[in-house]
Ligand binder design. Structure first.
Ligand code: NAD
Length: 250
């Protein structure tokens, strides 16, 4: 399968979970993949594993909250690959603290990684995507960006911001064929969910909220990211796609 043949794709937060699986899938679909993460050691190992299977993948240090890191990342991509076609703003953190107990620092930290990080990535990728004649930005929101839930509120606020910012990006850059869409997963089996299940609600309680009655898998999310990243979705921009077993359809 070569659904991303000749594409250059940058994925933030690619060291584990959804980002890691998306990197593997993109590489198998023919893309040159660059994964950026704060956890450079793990990121390098994943890139080596993917490359050892005969695919193209490299790793770099990226803290999505730092503008200088984004400048360096895009510059690295351009000098090593000559272009950028796809950006997946995937890096994210969660917070389980109830609203009235949430320290300001914690709230700001969640906003900084999940929302500001996505803004900075978009800002610095746009000139590169424009130079490539267009491209696709896939932003990782959540069902928490569509409906309310228990927790700190910072996560929901950040993911709601991602949803809205995605539509602004889509409108402002549609004429340049730079597309932007948001993905809204429900509970997906990763370390982030494990943290939520350890602190907020049991696995059974989480599953019982989902009409399909189960937690989703990383490949179920990655397949949707692949579609929105590829030219198969060439007339789709500003859209939001829930991957949630029906959670938000009620
Ligand atoms: P994860 O915790 O397994 O992986 C997150 C990755 O982001 C890690 O590799 C981590 O090192 C990286 N990261 C964190 N802060 C960073 C920073 N400042 N700069 C660069 N990298 C950073 O999480 P996941 O479940 O794979 O989540 C991926 C995305 O999907 C997140 O945006 C998350 O909010 C979203 N999401 C997850 C679920 C779920 O249930 N797992 C549901 C909805 C949305």
């Amino acid at each position: 399968m070569n659904r991303l043949l000749n594409k250059v794709a940058l994925i933030s937060g690619g060291a584990k979970g959804i980002g890691k699986y998306t990197a593997q899938l993109f590489a198998k679909e023919g893309a040159s993949v660059i994964i950026g993460d704060k956890d450079l050691l793990t990121c390098k190992k994943i890139a080596t594993d993917i490359s050892s299977e005969g695919y193209q993948c490299s790793a770099l240090y990226l803290d999505v909250t730092k503008e200088s890191d984004w400048v360096n990342t895009i510059s690295d991509v351009m000098s090593n690959f000559g272009k950028l076609d796809i950006l997946v703003n995937n890096a994210g953190i969660y917070s389980t603290i109830p609203i009235e107990k949430t320290p300001l620092e914690d709230f700001n930290n969640v906003i900084s990684v999940n929302l500001t990080g996505m803004f900075l990535g978009t800002k610095h990728a746009i000139p590169a995507l424009r130079a490539a004649g267009g491209g696709s930005i896939v932003n990782m929101s959540s069902t928490a960006g569509l409906v309310g839930n228990i927790g700190s509120g910072a996560y929901g606020a950040s993911k709601g911001g991602v949803r809205s910012f995605t539509k602004y990006t889509a409108i402002q850059h549609a004429i340049e064929s730079i597309r932007a869409n948001s993905i809204h997963p429900g509970p997906i089996d990763t370390d982030m969910l494990a943290d939520k299940l350890a602190n907020l609600e049991s696995r059974a309680a989480s599953e019982s909220k989902v009409p399909m009655g189960r937690i989703g898998t990383v490949d179920e999310v990655a397949m949707a990211i692949l579609f929105l990243a590829s030219d198969e979705s060439s007339y789709i921009t500003g859209a939001e796609l829930a991957i949630d077993g029906g959670l938000t359809a009620r």
